[in-house]
Design a protein around this ligand. Structure first.
Ligand code: UDP
Length: 329
């Protein structure tokens, strides 16, 4: 019998790539999104398929899906620092109330649920690289706290449903991931730098650029999530690419990749911006037999092709949309 999977945040960057993956694996995909940060153009190529359905719904409200469900992937959430600064309450609600609704649905349907957590639960980490047993260093009341704490609560409630109700749960801690369909103006460093280079602007480095990140190409991330969902491991697992780089060196890489002669300019480092981030993926290697395959140069080439294919209008658009108009009260 065909497996049925509900994917929330389906019109977003990761959600849409997950829809593609499960369609390719011949699942029946039920996609859900409230379209605050997501965009239908990421999934419109799937609309004609008989095994794909889309529901425009906000998961912070009661979630109903007719028929059986085998799996749920909860990927609905703003996921860039700019987004959660603009819509902090919605960010808290989707991680907390939204997760509660989806756990309830999973219990009702006897479905296995995988929750998208994040390296942000480690905050500005005091151990390096980050292993799953590190508890983190998060400022609860800082600007990033709305995201970090929602995601930490999300992990807690998921483990409570697992332990108390015996629900089958999986938790992926996603480290910085990039690729086609990232939003050009979501403020994250990769679309920000590529957009600036393509528009002929200077690249803006926050702080002195000595902070590090480790970037994972989207196909590797999707592969890791897929393997985790089908595994029997219910504690959190880091999925990311351990290849670490400073933001300053990364800016130079983008300048040379785009053959632009742009300069870099420096801006103030945002509050609580983690100074270093690198996943320890020993656990994922051991229990999933997973590790990233796509090098940064390969992944960045594919990503650049995508951004180059956007229209001039999209390239120069400053705002994605007026978020507030799309929030259901
Ligand atoms: N960053 C930057 N210039 C930009 C956007 C981001 O220097 O135009 C820095 C940011 O301060 C952070 C890193 O790049 O140290 C990664 O930022 P991003 O927003 O992509 O994700 P984060 O890992 O902080 O969630």
């Amino acid at each position: 019998m065909q497996k049925r999977i509900l994917i929330t945040g389906a019109a977003g960057f990761l959600g849409s790539h997950l829809c593609d993956k499960f369609i390719k694996e011949e699942y029946h995909v039920i996609a859900m999104d409230n379209l605050i940060t997501g965009d239908l153009k990421n999934i419109e190529h799937l609309f004609h398929l008989p095994n794909f359905e889309f529901y425009h719904h906000d998961v912070t409200k009661f979630v109903h899906v007719a028929g059986k469900l085998d799996y749920i992937l909860h990927f609905a959430s703003p996921a860039s620092p700019i987004d959660y600064l603009k819509i902090p309450i919605q960010t808290l609600k989707v991680g907390s109330l939204g997760t509660h609704n989806l756990l309830g649905l999973a219990k009702e349907k006897n479905a296995r649920i995988l929750i998208a957590s994040t390296s942000e639960i480690y905050g500005d980490p005091l151990i390096h690289p980050q292993t799953e047993d590190y508890f983190g260093n998060v400022n609860t009341i800082g600007p990033r706290g709305v995201y970090d704490e929602a995601k930490r609560f999300q992990e807690s409630i998921t483990m409570a449903y697992h332990r108390f109700h015996g629900l089958e749960t999986r938790i992926v801690r996603i480290f910085n991931t990039y690729g086609p369909r990232m939003r050009l103006n979501d403020g994250r460093v990769i679309p920000a730098f590529i957009g600036q280079a393509l528009r002929g602007e200077d690249l803006t480095i926050f702080g002195d650029g000595s902070q590090t990140r480790s970037f994972c190409y989207v196909s590797d991330q999707v592969d890791g999530i897929y393997k985790l969902l089908l595994s029997d491991y219910s504690l959190p697992v880091n999925i990311g690419n351990p290849h670490e780089i400073t933001i300053k060196d990364f800016a130079e890489e983008i300048i040379s990749l785009t053959n632009s002669d742009q300069k870099v300019t420096y801006k103030e480092l945002p509050q609580n911006d983690p100074l270093q981030r690198q996943p320890d993926i020993t656990l994922a290697k051991k229990i999933l037999g997973w590790e990233p395959k796509v090098s940064r140069s390969e992944g960045m080439k594919l990503t650049l092709e995508y951004f180059k294919s956007l229209s001039q209008e999209e390239l120069f658009k400053k705002e994605h949309k007026d978020f507030k108009k799309h929030i259901v009260k």
